[in-house]
Design a protein around this ligand. Structure first.
Ligand code: FAD
Ligand code: NAG
Ligand code: NAG
Ligand code: NAG
Ligand code: NAG
Ligand code: NAG
Ligand code: NAG
Length: 541
């Protein structure tokens, strides 16, 4: 492995060479395009639902633009130089259409980008940095969820959003839940195939830990389930990212038990209110709490009495009642000073709303909505902490957070421990288990009217990441795949070497990267499903 710093500068250099030329490149092969459409026509001529009613090209310009844009979560990717130019966008109505898109695209050397909820932090579900033409397969019509309360399982289509999943499950029973992310608009396709974590992860692990079956279209255009794909590929699509292996149509998941009443709280402390000492202390106690207790911290800039300072929000859910929570807190974390009036008892689904950040006034019924938020501009990175940071190290973070560029920045510290300590690293591709105290998500947002200065904010988050280097995991410096970050490395479109891909591969997957590369070689040897951070096919490890 290269050292992170060296790696970093090489990657930046590489990205800066790669970006301007390839995004703007339009080496559209007319023949491939015509061939693709003809192939679709031929393959769909016997079916009633015409694929051409859900196929958009730049020629149907307003539909093309609105279909493309409405699935883009991060506004950063709606402006130059990030202008996405898929040849075609298709919103399939049935699985046969998905199969024909795959086989026709493969035959005509057209790449595929599959879009679930469109939350990819680098826009890779609808954008390509490569010159090869591509089609976006947007799964917005695949949103059905069927819950089997007897089996405690559900089949969930890949275009469904987490909020809809939670809502549908809770309608069946207040005692069923699912351990996945906090943001209700995140899509099942990307989230579950890339891991998926949230407030229940200390108790139940990752969303992908609870996948028990799947339906996937592979590179040959066949629909496979767990049995027909085999355990290697089934392993890979539970954390290795779906887009390297095929198009996930649906997942079967196990539901988990949640009590009828849970308790939530948020306690804010600024630097003047002992935030440094509290965060420092939290680092070693939060991963050891009872696994029914999850307390994360959100670090933000704030103003207090006209002065810029830093706030740590202790944001928590306890899978039980308030009186018991207060007893636990009095014993394990009295320094936070949690009071009875800070605690709110509610149903689990109401807690999902509490953590959702939906606009105030929203109700549980808003959880399934696809576009409840005003869209913003952002960039994210991630880290894992294995040794507590010193107070001095924390003070250095605060310094960066007091800058104007950090006006809307956040650092989210999510405690690990609990069951995360017990699940073996190689159980699924997601490897970040025993030994991690907590995960950090670095996030910087900016306002649209500052967009011409996007680079300013991106520079800030890179500076923060550089600052964090000595304090976080190393060899490899671990990152969470679902918090995608192209600064870590980018594949060449053709013939990426294993060494090149390992720059980011080991950070996301540790040694599971070897098995992922072997599975890829077995199921997609020609590397049809490829993108900037797809698993490269390598057999011999
Ligand atoms: C606001 C916000 C909040 C978030 N909160 C959390 C959180 O609490 N916990 C957490 O773990 N993560 C969280 N994430 C990260 C999130 O899990 C990932 O971005 C996830 O990949 C998004 O899935 P998607 O389907 O919405 O995205 P997309 O952009 O549609 O897809 C992401 C990737 O998956 C691929 N993909 C999507 N669907 C399929 C499919 N059906 N078959 C094959 N490949 C597919 C895409 O091609 C792309 O490579 C958050 C992200 C955002 C933007
Ligand atoms: C197409 O429609 C006809 C008549 O409505 C129906 O009998 C047939 O089963 C349909 N075919 C498919 C493939 O859906
Ligand atoms: C968009 O245009 C293509 C031809 O370029 C056509 O085949 C398709 O049916 C059109 N889509 C819609 C939704 O009208
Ligand atoms: C904590 O601070 C956030 C802003 O940083 C604010 O939105 C929230 O209302 C505060 N919560 C409490 C309980 O004070
Ligand atoms: C900060 O800590 C000191 C001493 O540990 C304590 O006296 C004080 O009340 C705390 N302040 C707040 C706002 O909790
Ligand atoms: C962003 O824009 C706002 C409003 O235009 C301005 O007040 C702020 O200073 C800008 N921030 C930076 C870092 O330029
Ligand atoms: C792929 O790259 C390797 C070196 O990284 C080179 O030896 C090989 O010839 C290349 N193959 C093709 C098909 O370009």
């Amino acid at each position: 492995m290269k050292t992170p710093n060296l790696c970093y500068s090489i990657i930046l250099l590489f990205l800066s060479i790669l970006l301007p030329c390839s995004i703007l490149a339009e080496s559209i092969t007319e023949n491939g395009y015509e061939g693709f459409l003809q192939c679709l026509h031929y393959q769909n001529s016997n079916t009633n639902a015409s694929i051409f009613s859900v196929l958009y090209t730049p020629k149907n310009s307003s539909l093309y633009t609105s279909t493309l844009q409405s699935g883009i979560q991060n506004q950063r990717f709606t402006l130059p130089p990030f202008v996405s130019k898929p040849l075609v966008i298709i919103t399939p109505l049935n699985y046969l259409q998905v199969q024909s898109v795959v086989s026709c695209a493969k035959r005509n050397d057209i790449q595929i980008r599959t879009r679930g909820g469109g939350h990819d932090y680098e826009g890779l579900s609808y954008m390509s940095y490569y010159p090869n033409p591509f089609v976006v397969v947007d799964l917005r019509n695949f949103i059905s969820i069927s819950v089997d309360t007897k089996d405690r399982t559900a089949w969930v289509q890949a275009g469904a959003r987490l909020g809809q999943v939670y809502y549908t499950i809770a309608q069946k029973s207040p005692n069923f839940g699912f351990p996945a992310g906090l943001c209700p608009t995140v899509g099942v396709g990307g989230h579950l195939s890339g891991g998926g974590e949230g407030t229940l992860s200390r108790k139940y692990g990752m969303a992908a830990d609870h996948i028990i079956d799947a339906k996937v279209v592979n590179a040959n255009g066949e629909i496979l389930d767990r049995k027909s794909m085999g355990e290697d590929m089934f392993w890979a699509i539970r954390g290795g990212g779906g887009a390297s292996f095929g198009i996930i149509l649906e997942y079967k998941i196990n539901l988990v038990y949640v009590p009828s009443t849970v308790t939530v709280f948020t306690v804010n402390r600024t630097l003047e209110q002992n935030a440094t000492k509290l965060v420092h202390l939290w680092q070693t106690i939060a991963p050891k709490f009872d696994r029914d207790l999850f307390i994360r911290i959100i670090i933000r800039q704030t103003t207090q009495e006209g002065k810029i300072t830093v706030q740590a929000a202790f944001n928590s859910i306890y899978l039980g009642r308030a009186d018991k929570l207060l007893r636990i807190m009095k014993q394990s974390f009295p320094e936070l000073g949690l009071r009875k009036e800070d605690c709110k008892e509610m149903r689990w689904i109401e807690a999902a709303l509490y953590f959702s950040d939906l606009p105030s006034g929203s109700t549980v019924n808003d959880l399934p909505r696809r576009d409840p938020y005003p869209k913003t501009y952002y960039k994210a990175k991630s880290d894992y902490v294995v040794e507590p940071l010193s107070e001095t190290a924390l003070v250095g973070i605060w310094k960066l957070f007091k800058e104007p560029r950090a006006e809307l920045a956040q650092m989210i510290l999510a405690p690990y421990g609990g069951i995360m300590e017990e699940i073996p690293e190689s159980e699924i591709p997601f490897p970040h288990r025993a030994g991690n105290l907590y995960q950090i998500q670095h996030l910087v947002y900016w306002r649209p009217n500052n967009n011409t200065k996007s680079q300013l904010y991106i520079d800030w988050i890179r500076e923060l990441y550089r600052y964090m280097t000595p304090f976080v995991s190393h060899s490899p410096r671990a990152s969470y795949f679902n918090y995608r970050d192209l600064d870590l490395g980018v594949n060449k479109e053709d013939n990426t070497s294993f060494a090149e891909a390992s720059a980011w591969g080991f950070m996301y997957f540790k040694n599971n990267f070897y098995r992922l590369a072997r599975v890829k070689a077995a199921v997609d040897p020609t590397n049809f499903f490829r993108y900037e951070q797809s698993i490269p096919p390598f057999e011999s490890f």
